[in-house]
Design a protein around this ligand. Structure first.
Ligand SMILES: Cc1cc2nc3c(=O)[nH]c(=O)nc-3n(C[C@H](O)[C@H](O)[C@H](O)COP(=O)(O)O)c2cc1C
Length: 154
C-alpha cells in the first residue's frame, strides 16, 4: 500500500502541466483560468510587447494591426518576454480565433517555446467559428509537436 501511494505521488509530481494563453480582450483569459484550476496546472499569459488596442482589433478595417498581421502569414508580433516550455510534459495552448485561425503571436510563441515532441492541446474562444481549422494550420506549420484535438471553450 505504501509503495503504491509513493508510486502515485511520483507520477503526479513528474507530469508537469501548464496552461499558456493569449487573450486580447479577456475572454480566452477567463477560459484559461478555469482550465488551469480544473487541471491543477500552472497558468501563463502570453503577452505581446505592444498590447492590442481596440483600434488594433478592428476587423472591419483592413489597415488595422490585426488585419495587417493576419494578412501576412509570416508576421511574428514580438513577445513581451521569452518563455521556454521545455520543462513541461503537457501544454494547453489557448487563443482567440482570428480570421478562422490562431493569431500570429501564437506562432511567435511556439517558435521560441521549444515545443518539439511535446503534447499540446489547443483551446480557443471565438464568436462562433470552430477550433479545428486553426489546429490543422498549426499542425502543418509545426509537425514535430504532438498536437491533440482542439477544445472550443465558448
Ligand atoms: C481581429 C479579430 C478577428 C476575429 N475573427 C474571428 C473569426 O474568424 N471567427 C470567430 O468566430 N470569431 C472571430 N473573432 C472573435 C474572437 O475570436 C472572440 O471574440 C474571442 O472570444 C476573443 O477572445 P479574447 O477576449 O481572449 O481576445 C475575431 C476577433 C478579432 C479581434
Amino acid at each position: 500500500m505504501i509503495i503504491t501511494m509513493t508510486a502515485l505521488n511520483l507520477s503526479a509530481q513528474t507530469t508537469k502541466t501548464i496552461v499558456a494563453y493569449f487573450s486580447a480582450s479577456g475572454v480566452t483569459a477567463t477560459a484559461a483560468k478555469e482550465l488551469a484550476k480544473e487541471k491543477h496546472a500552472e497558468l501563463y499569459s502570453i503577452e505581446p510587447a505592444q498590447k492590442y488596442t481596440a483600434a488594433d482589433l478592428d476587423w472591419r478595417n483592413k489597415q488595422s494591426r490585426s488585419s495587417v498581421e493576419m494578412n501576412d502569414p509570416k508576421s511574428r508580433p514580438a513577445l513581451k518576454s521569452q518563455k521556454s516550455l521545455a520543462d513541461y510534459d503537457v501544454i494547453y495552448l489557448g487563443y482567440p480565433i482570428w480570421w478562422g485561425v490562431a493569431p500570429r503571436i501564437i506562432n511567435t510563441f511556439i517558435e521560441q517555446a521549444e515545443l518539439d515532441g511535446k503534447t499540446v492541446i489547443p483551446f480557443a474562444t471565438s464568436g462562433g467559428s470552430g477550433v479545428e481549422p486553426s489546429v490543422s494550420a498549426l499542425k502543418a506549420s509545426y509537425p514535430k509537436v504532438k498536437w491533440q484535438k482542439g477544445i472550443l471553450m465558448n
